[in-house]
Each structure stands twice: as structure tokens, then as C-alpha cells.
Design a binder for this molecule. Structure first.
Ligand code: MN3
Length: 224
């Protein structure tokens, strides 16, 4: 099996009381695992792509065989999105916002409260299932996006920095139908250091000349 369920970087009860141990177990052991299993099933029919990192597949969706695109978009997206999600959360109140990231958010969105309000509103207003995202594009600009289902910003050339799950499975066990309450409580468990690290890593790789896209395509070819 080319893809495996990554262990959580903390205990199942580490995000309590924002997320209960039962909710975390269900989300990781059942929902995330199902995306991994279905991704592996789809790749079993396309062994040429089995060794390609899932992020690389998502960046190059349009270049994939037509009958592989939807499984990668849905199950590959589900695997990549959840893998990143676990990494950008931490025990409640354990990580402060680094001053450098605070300045970035203020510069892009006016002030911190405006950023938080827009991000939460994006998640609250997303119809059906999906994720709210903070992303950085190829020019280095920060952008908040709401994307349906398991769609990834990687597929439109953006780098994801932070994401919150607004599928019902993500919050119903603890918050039932109160999605805005979930989005409010979730700020307590954001790992801002991880977000700042991701922004630092995204910036040097960026190029205004289109070299990024070319090197990504080369990366896909090389890893096959
Ligand atoms: Mn989920």
C-alpha cells in the first residue's frame, strides 16, 4: 500500500476540551483512514502513480489520466488535507501567535480580528461540506478561501498554511449543528508556530517567472 495513515502528532485527548478524545478517534481512525484506503484502491489501478507524493498528484490533477482525477481529488485530497490539519493544531492555548506572523496577517487583512472574522465567516458560510483555508499564492500574497468537499488549494497553485474542517464529521460529535461555535472554539487549538513555519518555507520556493509550475511538472515526471 503506497499511502499509510500518519499517526497524530499528539495524544487523542490532547485537544480536549475543544475536541473530545472520542471525536478525534472517530475523525482520525475512521474518516481519515477511509480516505487513505480509497486512495490506495484507486492507485492500485494506476501503479505508475503509486510512488508519487499525494501533494504532487494534487498539484498536477489536470495532467493525470482522466479516470484517476476524481479519486485523487476526493480521496487524495481527503488524505492530504487531514494530514496537514493534524499538524496545524496543538493543545488548547499552548502556542502563541509569533510576532512575524501577526504582522503578516495585519498587513494582509487589516488587523487580527478582521482576519479571524473573515476566516470564521468563510467557514460558517461554506455550503455543505468543505474546509476554510489560509493560503499563500505564487506572488507571496495571503488569501482566505472556502473550498468544497476535499478540494485542495494545491490544485490551483496555492500553498495551504492553515485549514479548518467544516464537514459535519469534524464537529458534530462535540458541537452538533453549531458550526459557528465550533469555529470560535477552534482558535484555541491553532498551532501558530506551524503556520509561521509553513509560510517561511513557502516563500523562498516562489518565483514570479513561472519556474515553480515547470519544476512541479518536472517533479511529477521524476517521481514516476
Ligand atoms: Mn474531516
Amino acid at each position: 500500500m503506497p499511502h499509510t495513515l500518519p499517526p497524530l502528532p499528539y495524544a487523542y485527548d490532547a485537544l480536549s476540551p475543544v475536541l473530545s478524545e472520542a471525536a478525534m478517534r472517530l475523525h482520525h481512525e475512521k474518516h481519515h483512514k477511509a480516505y487513505v484506503d480509497n486512495l490506495n484502491k484507486a492507485l492500485a489501478l494506476h501503479p505508475d502513480y503509486a510512488a508519487v507524493p499525494v501533494e504532487e498528484l494534487l498539484r498536477n490533477l489536470e495532467q493525470l489520466p482522466e479516470n484517476l482525477r476524481t479519486p485523487i481529488r476526493n480521496h487524495g485530497g481527503g488524505h492530504a488535507n487531514h494530514s496537514l490539519y493534524w499538524q496545524v493544531m496543538a493543545p488548547p492555548g499552548s502556542v502563541d501567535l509569533p510576532p512575524s506572523l501577526k504582522r503578516e496577517l495585519e498587513s494582509a487583512f487589516g488587523d487580527l480580528e478582521a482576519f479571524r472574522a473573515r476566516f470564521a465567516e468563510t467557514g460558517a458560510k461554506l455550503f455543505g461540506s468543505g474546509w476554510a483555508w489560509l493560503t499563500v499564492d505564487a506572488t507571496g500574497a495571503l488569501e482566505i478561501l472556502g473550498l468544497p468537499n476535499q478540494d485542495s488549494p494545491l490544485s490551483t497553485g496555492r500553498t495551504p498554511l492553515l485549514l479548518v474542517d467544516v464537514w459535519e464529521h469534524a464537529y458534530y460529535p462535540d458541537y452538533q449543528n453549531r458550526r459557528p461555535d465550533w469555529l470560535q472554539a477552534w482558535w484555541e487549538i491553532v498551532d501558530w508556530e506551524a503556520v509561521a513555519d509553513r509560510l517561511d518555507q513557502a516563500r523562498p520556493a516562489q518565483s514570479p517567472s513561472g519556474e515553480v509550475r515547470a519544476s512541479r511538472q518536472a517533479g511529477l515526471e521524476a517521481s514516476r
